[in-house]
Design a protein around this ligand. Structure first.
Ligand code: GDP
Ligand code: IMO
Ligand code: MG
Length: 427
């Protein structure tokens, strides 16, 4: 039995889907353990792009078991739309398993998310407005509805009634927006429950059974370390735990079973939504990265904020996740640049900082200390062997690995499955 894990080290959209898809070729089981349809993972196979939100990226391969674990929050309508889309494309989704303990995202969660953002005004988080935070809040408040409740008609009817009553009070009296009609929601969602029922199972037991049978299991992270509820740039974070420890909780697996933890690092930085971003570029280089890489959110279509690679942040992620290897993505996007900068420290009020900090005021006002490296200024998208990469390109990669203190495992030079250079074979 071998396991591997793919974790985002920045603010999401590092290319986790692409790396998971590459590693999934050798895995027997792919498990999502946290987040919901706030995730948008793009996988490109033979030039055709597939967008995944809740489905594990292993669904691209026939015959792999794909598990949506306990720590995930599931929007049933969204998941059914995603399933239908994949079925229409001829993919086999019968090997999907959904945890009976996963919580259900309902329309009132989405409306609360929207209303809360509206109320926050200039202080909004910039959420994906998929109801993720309110659904996790209900789970923590112990009023949430789990998949097991959802597929038991009587239990669902009762829990939904209690929730709609309370949420309508909140929506109408606090947020001053329209509430929901219980009967209509029950009718609509009871039908979704019937549709999803065949996939619902106790995934805690099935994943452990797969491991006992010697199968290899790949854990697919969503979101990223800097969006972690505890360790990210709070409050500008998501409401789950995208770090490696979160996968243990969300999949119900003890830490010592977790091996081969890959931290995915985009070769520069992006962030969607609000919050500090020390290396952000608000100039034409930022525009160039955004346009060349088409950095617009897959979930919301929002333009992504862009900046240089922040090695201080990635080193923090390496520490929090016990990273074994780095998977560097989108390296080809830097092909045209004459000089590439990498942030190796911060300056704040005359002092040099080498650590990340919880103090958002400091993070918002630090001045990055950059190391400037010469660009390679040639097309690397067709290269498949590390030694064939231009010398300046290897120098950039090795500088990242040195600053972060984690060896290189995978290098991605394009979105397609084939555009991958592998330094460390696992699984
Ligand atoms: P995720 O959320 O971490 O899975 O990342 P997204 O899929 O949201 O965003 C990453 C984008 O970069 C997707 O459109 C991928 O197809 C694309 N991508 C991944 N790796 C590479 C790469 O090495 N080069 C280029 N040009 N695009 C890549
Ligand atoms: P993947 O898996 C990038 C961001 C949102 C917002 C904050 C909170 O594709 O990397 P939420 O809707 O989760 O309450 O929003 O988190 N965010 C992401 N940013 N990629 C993601 O997922 C994200 N999921 C959430 O933009 O700033
Ligand atoms: Mg994404």
């Amino acid at each position: 039995m071998t396991t591997a894990m793919v974790i985002g080290t920045q603010w999401g959209d590092e290319g986790k889907g692409k790396i998971v898809d590459y590693l999934a070729a050798k895995a027997d089981v792919v498990v999502r353990s946290q987040g919901g349809n706030n995730a948008g993972h793009t996988v490109v196979v033979d030039g055709q792009a597939f967008a995944l939100r809740l489905l594990p990226s292993g669904i691209m391969y026939p015959g792999k078991s794909c598990v949506i674990g306990t720590g995930v929050v599931i929007d049933p309508k969204g998941l059914i739309a995603e399933l239908d889309n994949f079925i229409a494309k001829g993919l086999d989704v019968s090997a999907l398993e959904i945890s009976d303990r996963a919580h259900v995202v309902l329309p009132y969660h989405v409306r609360i998310d929207e209303a809360e953002e509206q109320l926050k005004g200039a202080k909004k988080i910039g959420t994906t407005k998929n109801g993720i935070g309110p659904c996790y809040a209900d789970k923590i408040n112990r009023v949430g509805i789990r998949m097991i409740d959802f597929i038991h008609p009587d239990v669902f009817a009762e829990k939904l009634r209690e929730n709609v009553e309370r949420k309508n009070l909140l929506l109408e009296k606090l947020y001053n927006v329209e509430g929901f009609d219980y009967d209509a929601m029950l009718r609509e969602y009871a039908a979704y429950a019937e549709r999803l029922r065949p996939y619902v199972t106790d995934t805690n037991y099935s994943v452990h059974r797969y491991m006992a049978e010697g199968k290899s299991v790949l854990f697919e992270g969503a979101q990223a370390t800097m969006l972690d509820l505890d360790h990210g740039t709070y409050p500008f974070v998501t409401s789950s735990h995208p770090i490696a420890g979160g996968a243990c909780i969300g999949a119900g697996i003890g830490p010592h079973r977790m091996e081969n933890i890959f931290g995915v690092v985009k070769a520069y930085s992006t962030r969607v939504g609000a919050g500090p971003f020390p290396t952000e570029l608000l100039d034409e280089t930022g525009d160039l990265l955004r346009n060349r890489a088409h950095e617009f959110g897959t979930v919301t279509g929002r333009p992504r904020r862009t900046g240089w690679l922040d090695a201080v942040g990635v080193k923090y992620a390496a520490m929090l996740n016990s990273l074994d290897y780095l998977a560097i993505t989108r390296l080809d996007i830097l092909d045209t640049l004459p000089v590439i900068r990498i942030c190796k420290g911060y300056r704040y009020q005359g002092d040099e900082l080498s650590q990340y900090t919880a103090d958002l005021h400091v993070l918002e006002h630090v001045e990055p200390i950059y190391e400037d490296l010469p660009g390679w200024q040639e097309d690397i998208s067709g290269i498949r062997h590390y030694d064939d990469l231009p010398e300046n390109c290897r120098r950039y990669l090795e500088t990242i690995a040195d600053l972060v203190g984690v060896p290189l495992g995978i290098i991605s030079v394009g979105p397609d499955r084939e555009q991958t250079i592998v330094l460390k074979e696992v699984l």
